[in-house]
Design a protein. Structure first.
Length: 195
């Protein structure tokens, strides 16, 4: 098996080595489920999917992406395909999340939302994800950026890099906050579905 190839690494700093570490905040919540169904919305080159496939026991990772963003090209999709081809527990579903998610079956234990960063798209992805998850499932919104990586709140007037993610998360918590528990808040917002 060849080593994966990547052109960028946003995942390691936010989810593996940073304070939002999935091994500390996400993996313990998934121990109650076996096998685990993980849904990823926005997969880019597959780095996060590979981490999940290698670190979550008995997991199937469903990756939903268009691989058509204007700043990307067919090379990124080719890199994804090459990186995940040896992992039989990673399933690629190409298309718009708004079209794909309503066709997926109920029963996911974790959903990682990292597709579009526009408020309506993020809100739609998170809302559709809520209809697919079991009680106790984990919902991760990437690029939330509520705090600096050390956990300190952002200073007043600090530019939020992805305001659409933050606004979508605020809306989700206003409308469905009684169904969710905040596990971690920082560059990523990690939530657990109550139950």
């Amino acid at each position: 098996m060849t080593s994966p190839t990547f052109t960028s690494d946003w995942h390691t700093a936010s989810a593996v080595l940073g304070p939002g570490r999935w091994d500390r905040h996400v993996l313990p919540l998934l121990r109650r489920f076996s096998p685990v169904r993980w849904l990823e919305i926005g997969s880019h080159e597959g780095r996060s999917a590979l981490w999940v496939a290698d670190n979550v026991p008995q997991v199937t990772v469903t990756c939903v992406d268009t691989w058509l963003q204007p700043w990307l090209n067919t090379t990124v999709e080719h890199i994804f395909n090459t990186n995940v081809e040896a992992h039989k527990n990673i399933v690629k579903v190409k298309g718009r999340s708004a079209d794909i998610l309503p066709r997926l079956s109920f029963g996911y234990h974790a959903v990682y939302v990292d597709g579009s960063h526009e408020e309506e798209d993020v809100y739609s992805d998170a809302s559709l994800a809520m209809s697919l998850v079991v009680p106790g499932a984990v919902l991760i919104l990437d690029d939330y950026q509520h705090c600096w990586s050390n956990g300190d709140p952002l200073a007043p007037g600090t530019k939020i890099e992805y305001p659409g993610v933050r606004e979508a998360a605020a809306r989700l918590l206003r409308e469905r906050g009684d169904e969710l528990r905040i596990v971690y808040c920082g560059w990523q917002l990690i939530l657990q579905v109550r139950g």
